[in-house]
Ligand binder design. Structure first.
Ligand SMILES: [Fe+2]
Length: 393
């Protein structure tokens, strides 16, 4: 009954409280990323937290130092210590740790979604066989772009998420570890090195009209994703019923957000949104997401991470660049959207959805990892090509 009230009178605070409760229902232990290192600065005044994808300084109050010191000294060698868990939990709004696999009894719950037996048609031998067997239309150009071999370490992700004494995998461990894996992988990619934002800043200095043009193109991709999202998510309501309430919440929270990008496109001077091209890979990505809603609750849950940020900084990086241009009002659409995503913690959605899944067989984990690799590879290439084309035209 209480839930019904929450659902009917949906509001910012309700959503926040509801999701916090949900997250607490996943009781497993936090394990720090193997890439996390922490150093004290200024004679134990505070700590610098270092990861390949983020750097953060935190001042530590004197009365907290005794347990924070113990936590940091034992971070990697004794993560089960109460002080380590307290430390990692206090920072769980940032991607610095993943969830250890729970015992099978804890997740073999009739209230959770069992993995469907729907993957027999997929051939994950190589990226090309995978794309063909997915059977979602994609032109030859992308097959040519695709890497010849897989490079993501599926075994490492399986290893971190395997449920003790079984050949099954904890969906929450898969998703939380995969997010860390993605962030680490991105540091070697074109967009992960912030080359898009740097390239845009350079273009803005050189040729503002071209800058507005490419910002329009980027905003149009985002417009399509936000407009199509609530349609692509619909099959999951039927095929992933154990997460129905969470998915419905998310749909309610996302509906209408394409208007933010319409605001931006208008401010940039585009008379008609349809005149800006939606890339084939943008459409393909949403089609794949829709398909995952039918065949794999785990892959569907994880894929939300591709549409949402993994964590939030002070400001959307694209908004920051737009504000340096002669049309700073175009940043408003980005700012409003970013604020909602941040306040409603959309970055937690993949974890919330995966917490509604039961134990997973290897096939669904492998599908999820391969899907991340190929989709993120395409997105990276697409951004790089768009900026290079713009610079050379
Ligand atoms: Fe969102």
């Amino acid at each position: 009954m209480e839930y019904k009230i929450l659902y009917d009178k949906i509001s910012k605070d309700y959503i926040k409280i509801y999701f916090l409760i949900l997250l607490k229902k996943v009781p497993s232990m936090y394990i720090p990323s193997e890439h996390l290192s922490i150093k004290w600065y200024d004679d134990f005044k505070g700590i610098d937290l270092l990861l390949p994808w983020m750097i953060m300084s935190i001042e530590i109050d004197d009365q907290e130092k005794y347990w924070v010191r113990e936590a940091i000294d034992n971070l990697h060698n004794k993560p089960s210590l109460a002080s380590v868990q307290k430390f990692l939990k206090s920072l769980n709004m940032y991607p610095i740790a993943y969830k250890a696999p729970r015992l099978v009894e804890e997740i073999q719950d009739p209230d959770l979604q069992p993995p469907p037996d729907t993957l027999d048609h997929l051939d994950t031998t190589t990226p090309t066989t995978f794309l063909t067997s997915l059977n979602i239309p994609l032109s030859q150009q992308y097959y040519d772009w695709a890497p010849k071999k897989w490079s993501w370490d599926v075994a490492a992700i399986l290893n971190k998420s395997q449920i003790p004494n079984t050949n099954l995998y904890d969906p929450v461990s898969v998703v939380t570890y995969l997010i860390l894996y993605r962030l680490n992988w991105e540091r070697d990619t074109w967009s992960g090195q912030d080359r898009l934002v740097q390239g845009l800043e350079n273009l803005l200095q050189k040729d503002e009209q071209k800058f507005f043009h490419i910002m329009g193109w980027i905003s149009r991709q985002s417009h399509y994703v936000t407009k199509q999202f609530h349609v692509s998510v619909l099959p999951a309501l039927e095929h992933f019923p154990k997460a129905r309430k969470e998915i419905e919440h998310f749909i309610t929270d996302e509906v209408g957000h394409y208007k933010f990008m319409e605001q931006t496109l208008e401010a940039l001077g585009f008379k008609s949104i349809e005149s800006v091209e939606v890339e084939e890979v943008t459409r393909w990505m949403l089609d794949v997401f829709e398909e995952m809603g039918k065949i794999s609750p785990l892959a569907f849950s994880a894929m939300v991470n591709i549409f949402e940020a993994a964590y939030y900084e002070g400001e959307d990086p694209l908004s920051r660049v737009l504000k340096k241009s002669s049309k700073p009002e175009a940043a408003r659409g980005y700012d409003l959207h970013y604020k909602i995503n941040q306040e409603h913690r959309h970055c937690d959605m993949p974890i919330i959805f995966s917490s509604r899944c039961g134990p997973q067989p290897k096939s669904h984990v492998a599908l999820t990892v391969h899907l991340f690799e190929i989709t993120l590879y395409f997105l990276d290439k697409m951004e790089e090509k768009a900026l290079l084309d713009m610079n050379s035209s």
